[in-house]
Design a binder for this molecule. Structure first.
Ligand code: SF4
Length: 683
């Protein structure tokens, strides 16, 4: 058993700081998550990076924001800055189900207990720090800050809100993955550059009075967005902003974005280049204990940690560009991969863990099969503004050779202590379907065979998301025909090797563009394929996606054409209902609804039993779903719970508790985070 001294973790108490012989800290990180010292947990990654640059860093995980605030003061005042993150998830996604009900659990807290971080955590923490230490700069980052960096629609308050820099009062925002911007910030500060002169760091954003003008930079051109005030009055203009934001976020040579917010300019500097293999290895090879801090020993397991402790992240980023997804907005469109050596070294480390029984739960990334994929000619990618490399078709310049993955999986399989290495992350089925990826080389078939034979735990989950060509186009997903093709291939390999694997497809209802008729069609299409699905997921509008902008504004941000979205609880419920054609109580309703739109043919398809043999009952239950608990958390810091509204001082962003929006979503901001803990994304 590996025994770690307490000093192997970053300090989280005054005593641990003193034991290191430190009388002050350079940076103090406030985090909404418990401290799990693992490369899949963003706050630990940030802490370890800052440590690797030679700074003295301490973490205050989940400080109590409702008492005398002593936890915010316990490590004193840092020399350089406070860093603030809500944790691995946006705090609102963490706290509320898609139908805006309070969750009773929190996967990032010991014992899975809810109530250990505030709503809008970045804003709440920063406001507290600014009150306690007005002269100390605050740098915000992580998924919540990153995806709220510019005017955005906040689903939980049903409002258009300005950059989180404005509501929080933070001095600087780091968007995307923090390694490179933090390195530069630290280099400048340690060279005694005053904090307010940090205006040229890539991948950061800040506010400046309009009267101060824009800091001059010869390398960057500026792109001005429609101001926040005009966006409040003109939804179409807000929609148009999004196209610029998405393109500039994913460009190699991006412009600096500027937006007026009241009497200030929001200035968003262009992103850093995609991390190289060396940089990725360095980030993953930092001296993580891979364990929660020992202080949590008696507070119960941390569910998110339990889910990923035997999993390995092999790359970051996603070039899929799905319109409901936030991965590329946070991690980037270009893939940053680790070297095979670095991955194998980490697998070896995992196999040496005390409770490892030989089963690796995941060898993946945001989309499992994008490891090492990139453009053939870099100079073409350098000029590209396409939001997706695989929609509406696979780009000719994209090298989709899957051999690196097949080889890596085989090498992991060959390790003596590995019984099975599962691919738990979602596989992009379209990339390995020849009807869609027409020009692909011969690496697809061996990859698919390797995955189905050795890396699936009985159920392969993929996400066609819909069957309607119109809705799929809006989702930036391929036509349903390709899923049918994939299924044929899946069935063939299954039969050939006598595998008995099950295919679990995932679908979204009420996505912008989707009508009731299309949902009825989807239900009929899947019934026809032999599926009897138990769950369809309801679209949740999370910040910084094409679909969220379409949901709020009613316009597609690229075409500015009107887009219908089912929004009322009644409309949303109806979209769901067709899926449950096999429930007797829905039969009359299905007949009546489809008669009204003259589609009795569909009613007949849905209600005639059986069609092609008996439909298979397929449970596609979403693992994140938690039972709504309108009474809120059971306790917090040993005190009697307060009603939800009292938990936050955040103004104007109260969730509408009465809105009834079904089910937790896969299209949530946590998709962009390192931790794939609550539920893997399936693409
Ligand atoms: S050129 Fe093709 S491969 Fe390169 S970024 Fe653009 S779409 Fe992707």
């Amino acid at each position: 058993m590996i025994q770690h001294p307490l000093s192997d973790w970053l300090p989280i108490t005054r005593k641990e700081v003193v034991n290191r012989g430190w009388d002050e800290l350079d940076v103090i990180l406030i985090s909404g998550d418990a401290y799990v010292d693992h490369p899949s947990f963003g706050p630990a990654v940030i802490g370890r990076i800052i440590e690797s640059y030679g700074l003295r860093i301490g973490i205050i995980p989940q400080p109590n924001w409702r008492d005398d605030l002593h936890e915010f003061k316990k490590l004193g005042k840092p020399k350089y800055f406070f860093a603030v993150t809500a944790g691995c998830m946006d705090s609102m996604v963490n706290h509320y189900t898609a139908n805006l009900r309070k969750r009773s659990t929190d996967a990032y807290t010991p014992g899975g207990e809810a109530g250990f971080r505030p709503d809008y955590a970045v804003t709440e923490y920063t406001q507290i720090l600014k009150k306690l230490y007005p002269d100390v700069p605050v740098v915000i980052g992580g998924i919540e800050a990153s995806l709220r960096r510019v005017t955005h629609y906040d689903y939980w308050s049903d409002k258009l809100v300005p950059s989180i820099l404005e509501s929080s009062g933070a001095d600087l925002l780091v968007y995307g993955m923090g390694e490179a911007p933090l390195r530069e910030i630290i280099q400048l500060l340690t060279r005694n550059v005053p904090f307010n002169q940090l205006t040229m760091v890539k991948q950061t954003a800040y506010l400046r009075p309009i009267t101060d003008g824009l800091p001059k930079n010869k390398r960057w051109n500026d792109k001005e967005l429609t101001s926040h005030d005009i966006c409040l009055k003109d939804k179409r203009k807000f929609a148009a902003n999004f196209k610029i934001i998405e393109q500039e976020s994913n460009k190699v040579n991006a412009n600096r974005i500027v937006q007026k917010v009241g009497n200030q300019n929001l200035i968003i500097n262009p992103p850093f280049d995609t991390m190289t293999e060396k940089e990725m290895d360095r980030a993953f090879d930092l001296p993580y204990t891979r364990l929660p801090h020992p202080k949590y020993k008696f507070r119960g397991p941390i569910p998110a940690y339990d889910m990923i402790k035997f999993s390995i992240n092999i790359h970051r980023g996603c070039f899929g560009g799905c319109s409901f997804c936030t991965i590329s907005a946070h991690q980037g469109k270009f893939i940053a991969s680790r070297s095979e050596e670095s991955v194998l070294k980490e697998v070896q480390q995992v196999t040496e863990m005390d409770d490892f029984k030989g089963y690796l739960s995941d060898l993946g990334g945001p989309s499992a099969n994008m490891y090492k994929l990139k453009g053939k000619v870099k100079s073409i990618c350098d000029k590209c503004v396409a939001p997706s490399c695989i929609h509406p078709m696979v780009c000719d310049n994209l090298d989709t050779n899957h051999d690196a993955m097949t080889q890596l999986y085989k090498k992991v399989d060959a390790m003596p202590k590995i019984k099975k290495a599962f691919i738990g992350s979602g596989i992009r089925y379209d990339l390995i379907t020849r009807s869609y990826n027409k020009k692909a080389d011969k690496s697809l078939e061996p990859y698919m065979e390797q995955v189905l034979k050795h890396h699936v735990s009985g159920r392969l989950k993929v996400a066609p998301e819909h069957s309607s060509a119109k809705t799929l186009k809006l989702m930036r997903k391929p036509n349903f025909d390709h899923f049918i093709e994939f299924k044929k291939n899946f069935d063939r390999i299954n039969k050939k090797h006598n595998l008995n694997q099950q295919l679990i497809p995932y679908f979204i209802s009420s996505h912008p563009g989707c009508t009731e008729e299309e949902m009825a069609n989807l239900a009929a299409d899947t019934k026809d394929m032999g599926f009897q699905l138990e769950q369809v997921q309801d679209f949740t509008p999370t910040p910084m996606t094409v679909a969220t902008v379409a949901y709020y504004t009613g316009y597609h941000p690229y075409t500015l054409e009107p887009v219908f979205t089912a929004k009322t609880p009644h409309e949303k419920k109806n979209q769901h209902r067709f899926f449950f054609w096999y429930k007797r109580e829905n039969h009359q309703w299905i007949k009546d609804s489809l008669a009204k739109i003259d589609r009795m043919d569909l009613a007949e398809k849905l209600l005639k039993f059986p069609t092609k043999g008996k439909p298979k009952v397929v449970s596609n239950e979403i693992l994140t779903e938690t039972k709504p608990d309108e009474n809120g958390p059971k306790k917090h810091h040993g005190k009697k719970k307060k009603p939800f509204k009292a938990h936050t001082k955040h103004k104007g962003n109260k969730p509408k508790e009465s809105r009834n929006k079904p089910k937790e979503s896969r299209n949530s901001p946590n998709a962009g985070k390192n931790v794939k803990a609550k539920k893997k994304r399936f693409r």
